[in-house]
Ligand binder design. Structure first.
Ligand code: SF4
Ligand code: SF4
Length: 129
């Protein structure tokens, strides 16, 4: 499952993710990072079986994390299945079914927002945590 690590200025200089990996031995994968000196956020893919340990390890270091259970929503009343969002998605979340309707594999979504910008019907919304 994916989490967002909210990187505040007090924790950005620290090797927080490395510390958590060493402590938990979890194979964490950084899907997206947008961190500046004043803070930002990192989306991390966490093996579900070790999620609780990883969450505790981050939190005891003063970090705030949020589970990304629903990273993106699609308004089916607005979507016309044009497919414009498919080509811009960097992680292959969106694809056509055999009937040419659009489907999403949200486990792969890193909340980059590219599809939201591309959609001509405003059918997509990234849910910020
Ligand atoms: S926000 Fe949209 S473009 Fe970005 S990874 Fe998720 S589905 Fe793909
Ligand atoms: S770009 Fe918007 S309208 Fe087109 S398939 Fe994607 S969500 Fe639907």
């Amino acid at each position: 499952m994916k989490i967002t690590l909210h990187a505040t200025p007090d924790i950005t200089p620290r090797p927080l993710i490395a510390e958590v990996i060493l402590e938990t031995r979890a194979l964490l994968n950084i899907d997206r990072a947008d961190v500046k000196p004043k803070g930002g956020e990192v989306v991390i893919d966490v093996p579900p079986d070790i999620y609780d340990q990883v969450a505790v390890a981050f939190e005891k270091r003063g970090a705030t994390i949020t589970a990304l259970e629903q990273p993106l929503i699609k308004d089916d009343d607005e979507c016309v299945n044009c497919g414009a969002c498919i080509s811009v998605c960097p992680t292959g979340v969106i694809s056509f079914r055999e009937d040419w309707s659009v489907q999403m594999d949200l486990d792969k979504c890193v909340q980059c927002g590219a599809c939201v910008t591309m959609c001509p019907h405003g059918a997509l919304t990234v849910l910020k945590s």
